[in-house]
Design a protein around this ligand. Structure first.
Ligand code: PMP
Length: 286
């Protein structure tokens, strides 16, 4: 069955919707996107932390000088999920600079918003993943704000390719001083003697799953070196798509399946599926 996409106010089939080849975002990565999930709950489909995702997207749009209509994006998200009759799905809104010029002054360009939904399991594909320490550096916040700007993801894709070429499932960025930044699409946590710590770094995306885990657990958020991570009992990654995924290996260091990660993963999956009443406010019913 063909997927429906919401595009500038209308819903149509994915094949029928196109953008011109002179689209600015195609040439320069001048757009902002989100990765959002909806889940099947007892009350039907529900989107997890939709306002928080759209607020982060609005900040990215702001950085590009684009004014985003958050209410319209929110309605479009619900509309496309209904139209596709999706329950467990990945939702991808994209707001981008269109046509008018291929110059670097973006003021005269058209703006476009699309929202797609698609059935999608975790992008890491399993409950654990092997992680390489990338020889590449993360985009610095001073060079590009750590938001979901399209072009910024070339950095992630190159690091993931390098890690994949060495047989690892994911890549982790470390900075010049040896501090852990994040993975290509996830934030990093560690567990040591039962204590949970969220890796904090100015160049990392402020993850919504990360904030969720901190609220669930009261985890401390602070800078962490790679050395400290290698010495942890458990390491796990968080992300909308990855949810809570255990790290099975970090380069040569392997980790046995950890009880804390397993319990947090189970608790997270209960929350997103609407089975924890105290967190029901994080769900937007479709
Ligand atoms: N870091 C990066 C670079 C990401 O792309 C993502 C996925 N959005 C995350 C971290 C995790 O963020 P979130 O929990 O909001 O999905």
């Amino acid at each position: 069955m063909s997927l429906n996409i919401w595009f500038d106010g209308n819903i149509g089939s994915a094949e029928s919707l196109t953008a011109p080849l002179t689209t600015h975002a195609l040439h320069y990565g001048t757009g902002v996107f989100e990765g959002i999930r909806s889940y099947a709950t007892r009350a039907g489909a529900a989107v997890f932390r939709l306002p928080e995702h759209l607020e982060r997207m609005r900040q990215g749009a702001d950085a590009l000088g684009m004014q985003m209509d958050v209410a319209a994006a929110s309605e479009a998200t619900v509309a496309v999920l209904r139209s596709n009759q999706h329950r467990d799905a990945y939702v991808r809104p994209l707001f981008w600079l269109g046509v008018g010029s291929l110059g670097l002054d973006v003021a005269p360009l058209s703006r476009h918003l699309m929202v797609a939904s698609m059935p999608w399991a975790s992008h890491l594909g399993a409950s654990s993943v092997s992680v390489a320490v990338s020889p590449m550096r993360r985009n610095r916040a001073e060079a590009m704000p750590p938001l979901k700007l399209c072009g910024a993801y070339v950095n992630s894709i190159l690091a993931k390719r390098e890690a994949g070429g060495r047989g690892f499932g994911e890549a982790m960025f470390v900075d010049d001083s040896g501090f852990v930044v994040e993975c290509t699409g996830e934030n990093v946590f560690l567990v040591r003697s039962g204590k949970i710590t969220a890796v904090q770094h100015p160049d990392a995306l402020p993850g919504i799953t990360r904030a969720t885990l901190i609220e669930m657990t009261g985890a401390e958020s602070r800078p962490v070196t790679l050395e400290e991570l290698l010495d942890a009992d458990e390491v796990f990654l968080t992300g909308t798509s990855a949810e809570v995924t255990a790290v099975s290996a970090l380069e040569q260091r392997s980790f046995a399946p950890g009880p804390v990660t397993a319990a947090l993963r189970a608790q997270y999956l209960q929350i997103v599926r609407g089975e924890s009443p105290q967190y029901a406010h994080w769900l937007t019913e479709v």
